[in-house]
Design a protein around this ligand. Structure first.
Ligand code: ATP
Ligand code: MG
Length: 206
């Protein structure tokens, strides 16, 4: 919604993603990529049409069902990280597990080590670089082993080598059966997907 009226961001989207499939979504700035991920995460509602994710019908879902759906099924790597500033890296990563009443085991340290952030667990987000915050965001999206990972430009702030490390983790999750939808502008990241889609002016093409 914009001041003075509304505008349609996504139009005629017909997308069927198989369980365990890894899909890359490319497209110019403003084409609706983040909006599409937000709809699939039940963060933004749809005005028309149907959205079904992990057997949950989202078009008419309300609160608290949408929060429960998101917590249980979805891991989100936000384009602008969305880490909680008053929690340390470890506390940010433990939050999804606590909400699901699950235990950590060594998963926080395991993921931080794989993401080359082993000594950052007790830091607060504001002292981390953009790329470090992005990697914490990737760890938070995976920590509870969700069935669906939605990743919005997960390597956007990373150098090639660090980006490859993040992509290796995401690709491993997909190989293990996680459904992945990833927005990216990076050719090397998109090339890892099973399928590549282009979003332009709110319309998808293969
Ligand atoms: N809450 C909102 N209110 C009004 N307009 C919005 C809102 N959210 C998104 N838009 C508009 O919808 C369009 C799509 O935005 P979106 O963030 O999905 O684009 P994007 O493809 O992710 O772009 P980028 O590559 O720059 O991240 C843009 O024109 C944006 O201005
Ligand atoms: Mg975006």
């Amino acid at each position: 919604m914009e001041a003075g009226g509304s505008r349609c961001v996504l139009e005629s989207i017909d997308l069927d993603v198989a369980s365990g499939e890894f899909v890359a979504i490319e497209g110019p700035s403003g084409s609706g990529k983040s909006t599409l991920l937000n709809v699939i995460a039940a963060i933004e509602p749809v005005d028309r049409g149907q959205v079904q994710v992990a057997d949950v019908e989202l078009s008419s879902i309300g609160e608290p069902a949408s929060t429960h759906f998101r917590r249980s099924h979805i891991g989100i790597v936000f384009q602008f990280f969305n880490l909680i500033p008053t929690l340390t890296v470890r506390e940010n990563l433990l939050l999804p597990l606590h909400l699901l009443k699950q235990r950590d085991g060594n998963r926080v340290d395991e993921l931080l080590s794989k993401l080359e952030l082993p000594d950052r667990a007790d830091s607060f987000p504001d002292v981390l670089s953009g790329g470090e915050q992005q990697r914490v965001g990737v760890a938070r999206a995976m920590i509870h082993r969700p069935s669906v990972i939605l990743a919005d430009e997960p390597t956007g702030n990373l150098d090639e080598k660090t980006g490859e490390g993040v992509m290796a983790l995401i690709t491993d999750a997909a190989r293990e059966g996680t459904t992945v939808l990833m927005v990216t502008h990076a050719e090397s990241a998109a090339a890892r997907a099973d399928r590549r889609l282009l979003l332009r002016g709110g319309r998808l093409s293969g």
